[in-house]
Each structure stands twice: as C-alpha cells, then as structure tokens.
Design a protein around this ligand. Sequence first.
Ligand SMILES: [Ca+2]
Ligand SMILES: [Ca+2]
Ligand SMILES: [Ca+2]
Length: 169
Amino acid sequence: MSDVEDMEGKSQGFLLSYEARRVIEDILKSKDIDGSGDVDLDELEECLSAVGFQASFEDLKFLTKHLDKNGDGKLQIKEIIDQLDVINLHAEYGVELMAAFKKFDQNGDGYIRYPQMLKILTGKGPHQMEVADARKLLNDLAKSYDTDRDGKFSYSEFVKIFMSDKLPK
Ligand SMILES: [Ca+2]
Ligand SMILES: [Ca+2]
Ligand SMILES: [Ca+2]
C-alpha cells in the first residue's frame, strides 16, 4: 500500500494537529460562559465536528463517561485536551473499540480490572485461552499499559492495548 492510499484510508479520522487542538480549545473556552470548565454533550459534539469527527450520540455518551478522569460525572476542557490522542483513535476505530471495551468491562463501571480481564480471556468461546497463557498475557499488558499502576485499565490505557494487537481476535 502506498503512502497516499494510507492517508486516504484514514481520512475519516480527524488530523490531530496543533491546529485541531487549538480549534477544539477555542470552541470549548468560548462556550464556557461561567468559567467552570465543564463540557456538555452538545459542546463536545460541536467541537469534534469542527475538526471532522461526526460523533454519534453513543460516541458522545461513551467518551463523556470514559474520559472523565476525576470522576465527577462531567467532562472538563482539560480532560478533553489531555486525551485528544484517545479521541483521535476513537474517531477512527470507535465502533470496534467500544465493542471490545464493553466485552471486558462486564460490570460497566468504566474500568477493566485484572480479574475481569482474566475471566474473559479464559472464558468459553472461540478465543478461549489457557489460564497460564492468559496470566502471562495479562502480566505483559499490565507492565506495558497500566500506566498509572492502579490495577485496572482505563479506556485511555485500553486503546493502546487494542492498537498493540496483543489481544486475541
Ligand atoms: Ca471530569
Ligand atoms: Ca469494570
Ligand atoms: Ca490503570
């Protein structure tokens, strides 16, 4: 595949350029009348659409929940700006990413704890792993991708696991 084809193939995602960051930041700040830094679904949709990501309602709800680092139930401008690389990958692979994340986050609390992941990896099905292999994989993933070492994978950590292609497909 040539470079040109590769560029065209990825045109659905927005370009995470300095310019895109500035556009997003400018829109969000101009909307933030009371200076709280909170961003609602409409505002999120508007700023993503301005840089070429037409997010569905499901995307918007999912991102609002999973990028909420401080756990106050809302997105702040800073949480968005700090996680634009995650949003960029979500723009491209959102459907697959959400399906994969939800498969592992069975209790729906927005995080994948190690035992949860182990249980899914060794669960009955076409991709069932031996317990020893699954433990080895989990150790490897924990070492490389649980960046804040809290014993669970957030969505931003999970997108890197997904992109690494280390999970059984
Ligand atoms: Ca928040
Ligand atoms: Ca969970
Ligand atoms: Ca973590």
